[in-house]
Write a protein that binds this ligand. Structure first.
Ligand SMILES: NC(=O)c1ccc[n+]([C@@H]2O[C@H](COP(=O)([O-])OP(=O)(O)OC[C@H]3O[C@@H](n4cnc5c(N)ncnc54)[C@H](O)[C@@H]3O)[C@@H](O)[C@H]2O)c1
Length: 270
């Protein structure tokens, strides 16, 4: 159901790779709610992904940008304002990648240039995006910036590897930049801590199948899907959440506050 919650609002959506992506689902929902946006992804993802299909469906333009490149980000922000006809109201950072995970390196055997690259893409890029927006004065007052994170920032999930550290950094950047964006521009900054979700990035984590089933059984409401996450993100982009900022918001069917569920007890009972 659509409520016209984002009518007249403009933004940038990072990270739609294919129809499973959280950013893809969010772009579809923003479009349904009347928002307009520019889609962006790393130049390499343009070749692999199906982003053109999404752009056609949502009447959006695509501007390639590597989120680690300040030059690409400056170009993205200035071009987006031109295309959309003014300053921005929302930005979604839905980006994650660990080279150590990709190359099968254990947390106890990190290759540090892989670690640095993964941190730049997954965590520092959020600072770079916000610094670019801030310096260009590209956000309208009461705008909203959201990034996606995972609970491994607070609790250990061994196979999440160095992404856990990247997410902890990302969440900290949301709080730190949220202060300045709030004070100086009345813009809110939050992270959504999402359930395990079957996407390209999610499935890259070792043992994902067992893990997503475990999370499903542990969560009183079941796992939140990518579509559920899109709905939640819409609420954070809307005018209904104007005083929510500097928060890490768990969107996980209750997983994060559940000690154990009956299903998991049953699994271990004789
Ligand atoms: N899937 C899950 O289980 C899960 C759970 C919690 C949080 N998240 C987070 O959600 C976000 C979106 O991931 P997803 O699950 O939709 O997977 P996805 O693979 O569909 O999206 C990840 C995106 O990051 C983009 N990206 C990688 N390097 C980039 C760069 N240098 N510049 C710009 N973009 C780049 C990829 O091209 C891709 O579009 C990530 O931050 C991820 O960590 C995912």
């Amino acid at each position: 159901m659509a409520y016209n919650l984002l009518k007249g609002k403009r933004g940038i959506i990072f990270g739609a790779l294919d129809e499973n992506s959280i950013a893809w689902k969010t772009a579809e929902r923003v479009h349904e709610e009347g928002g307009t946006f520019v889609l962006t992804n790393a130049p390499i993802a343009m070749r692999m992904g199906q982003i053109k299909e999404l752009a056609a469906k949502t009447n959006s333009e695509i501007i390639p940008a590597d989120a680690t490149s300040e030059e690409d980000l400056q170009n993205l922000v200035s071009q987006s304002m031109e295309i959309l006809g003014g300053k921005l109201d929302f930005v979604l950072h839905s980006i994650g990648m660990s080279v150590n995970v990709r190359k099968g390196r254990a947390y106890t055997d990190e290759k540090y240039d892989f670690t640095t690259k993964g941190w730049d893409v997954s965590a520092l890029s959020f600072h770079k995006v916000m610094q670019t927006l801030f310096k260009a004065d590209a956000m309208n007052e009461w705008g909203s910036i959201v990034a996606l994170t995972y609970m491994a920032a607070q609790r250990t999930f061994p196979d999440y590897n160095d992404m856990a550290d990247n997410k902890a950094y990302l969440e900290s950047v949301a709080r730190s930049f949220g202060y300045f964006f709030g004070k100086e521009k009345k813009v809110r900054v939050n992270t959504i801590s999402q359930s395990p979700t079957p996407t390209t990035a999610g499935q890259g984590v070792k043992g994902f199948g067992g893990f997503i089933n475990y999370a499903e059984k542990m969560s009183p409401l079941g796992n939140a899907s990518a579509a559920d996450c899109a709905d939640y993100t819409i609420s954070l982009f809307s005018d209904l959440t104007r005083k929510v900022t500097m928060q890490n918001l768990f969107h996980d069917g209750g997983f994060s506050n559940t000690g154990v569920s009956q299903e998991v007890i049953d699994e271990f009972s004789e």
